[in-house]
Design a protein around this ligand. Structure first.
Ligand code: MN
Ligand code: MN
Length: 495
């Protein structure tokens, strides 16, 4: 039989239950709310329809393409020819994405069983297979690189540690991917994360990888994105029905997950685009990629559903000019607390950043002036000479350092819940917490872990014993602070 003769029937295999009620088969705790009868979901339709045999054939061809590329350029010799600054994009991606993709397998599998229409469940089943692929491919490719650089071992290790970035990433991933019901998963993951944001990392960053000469990364993320764009269509299909029945909830989920996703991509993609990509290979700034993929394309999607921009839109626009610069500067001065290395933007990079961020960059100049000055005055090669020593404070929602706002005005704020004071990096994080405080209030951030004796208070002990790093793997300045444009002040400084 031809596909079109049988697929329309096979996609829709829902039936009436005789011995149990629909609510027993699809309890709201597992299937999500608003809880509607199947009658209301049966118009659910994915625009791109596929069969299992088509799926398998297509995926096998993609994997063959990747194998051929791995054969040609996947070896460690090739990686030694790439910019050492760029490699940190891979370390950041390798640690934060592959095992989160595995969590997305689980989120999809829940939808596979508890989503409310059979076509939706089948699409989620393909999504689960996709996400498992997105776990395996980078784990395999990054494993090859461990022998050239032990920091790549964090591809496997990261989510199994109590590193502060891992605590933040788990806080997001646990909620977004592991515990979401199929409705929240479809809006948060398929609609916001995969329709709005993954293009930044998988299309935008892939185009930079091409310039850098990292063909393997380019091929890998493009291959991953081809799956994402297929299963992301679950999101708009669910959104279409959700807005008809509970538009307010749809807007709530959109506002919440747009902000949470933004913070993650600002760090992972923002650092890679504006700091780790060598200047000669930069095409657009992170903000320009945001404008293209998120502001233009995604906002158009919101319009189609009659949804509004998130309420914090002005704060978000200000954050696109500042947030990743704030976190990068802050993380640079605490680089031994992470598993990848950093670079100081030199005069040429700073000129470029000023052109791209005319309204915000001048406020960052004094920070980098001061860091450059510290390097000039320190002993060559003493990486910890230019490093913070006190434990910093974290947001109790996103678990990242309190680095929202601008260098002149940090936007940290507080909220009291059940007599306990909580601190947040920004108003959106505070309001997300306040909307579902019981969901978040028992989570301990790093500072609370120190205060309760779970984690050591001394920074070096914290890094070694709690974050799981040692001298070989912790983050350093890629060039040990020795830049031709920043010669040492010291007499006899031989660099
Ligand atoms: Mn994926
Ligand atoms: Mn996905």
């Amino acid at each position: 039989m031809k596909k079109n003769d049988w697929l329309p029937l096979a996609r829709k295999l829902d039936w009436k239950f005789k011995y149990v009620t629909e609510a027993e088969v699809f309890p709201p705790q597992m299937s999500g709310t608003p809880w509607l009868k199947h009658h209301d979901w049966k118009q659910w339709e994915e625009p791109y329809k596929t069969t299992y045999s088509e799926y398998v054939r297509g995926q096998a061809a993609k994997d063959a393409g990747l194998d051929a590329m791995r054969e040609a350029v996947g070896n460690s010799e090739h990686y030694k020819t790439l910019s050492p600054a760029w490699l940190n994009s891979l370390k950041l991606y390798g640690a934060t994405f592959p095992l989160a993709e595995f969590a997305a397998t689980i989120g999809n599998l829940r939808a596979c069983r508890f989503a409310r229409d059979s076509a939706w469940r089948m699409s989620a089943c393909f999504g689960a297979l996709d996400e498992f692929r997105h776990t395996q491919i980078p784990l395999l490719l990054m494993q090859d690189l461990v022998k050239i650089d032990g920091q790549f071992d964090w591809t496997q290790r990261f989510y199994h540690t109590n590193n502060w970035v891992a605590i933040a990433a788990r806080h997001l991933v646990d909620e977004l991917l592991l515990t979401s019901n199929p409705i929240e998963f479809a809006i948060a993951t398929n609609f916001v994360f995969e329709t709005g944001f993954t293009n930044l990392q998988f299309v935008g960053l892939a185009s930079l990888a091409q310039g850098v000469g990292d063909k393997m990364f380019e091929k890998m993320v493009k291959s991953i994105q081809s799956d994402e764009s297929r299963h992301a269509q679950i999101g708009p299909a669910v959104m279409k029905i959700l807005v008809q029945h509970d538009k307010e909830y749809a807007q709530f989920l959109l506002d919440k997950w747009f902000w949470r996703s933004w913070l993650l991509f600002a760090v992972v993609t923002g650092f890679s685009m504006d700091y780790f990509t060598p200047l000669e290979h930069r095409k657009q700034s992170f903000k320009e990629f945001m404008e293209e993929w998120v502001l233009k394309q995604f906002l158009g999607t919101l319009d189609r559903f009659g949804l509004k921009k998130p309420w914090y839109w002005d704060q978000f626009l200000q954050a696109t000019e500042n947030y990743h610069h704030m976190v990068y500067a802050s993380a640079y001065t605490y680089r031994a607390t992470v598993w990848f290395d950093f670079v100081v933007p030199g005069p040429e990079e700073r000129k470029w950043l000023k052109e791209k961020y005319p309204g915000s960059w001048p406020a960052y100049e004094p920070i980098w002036d001061r860091i450059s000055e510290c390097w000039r005055e320190s002993d060559p090669g003493n990486d910890l000479a230019v490093h913070g020593t006190a434990i910093v404070t974290f947001c109790e929602l996103c678990q990242l350092v309190l680095s929202n706002g601008t260098p002149n005005q940090n936007s940290a704020c507080e909220s009291v819940y059940q007599g306990k004071k909580h601190i947040f990096c920004s108003e959106p994080c505070r309001r997300i917490f306040e909307a579902e405080p019981e969901r978040y209030c028992d989570h301990k951030d790093v500072v609370n872990r120190v205060l309760t004796g779970e984690a050591p208070a001394n920074v070096v002990a914290l890094i070694r014993r709690y974050f799981g790093l040692d001298y070989d793997t912790w983050g350093k300045d890629v060039y040990q602070g020795q830049y031709a444009w920043n010669p040492a002040d010291k007499k006899g400084g031989d660099r």
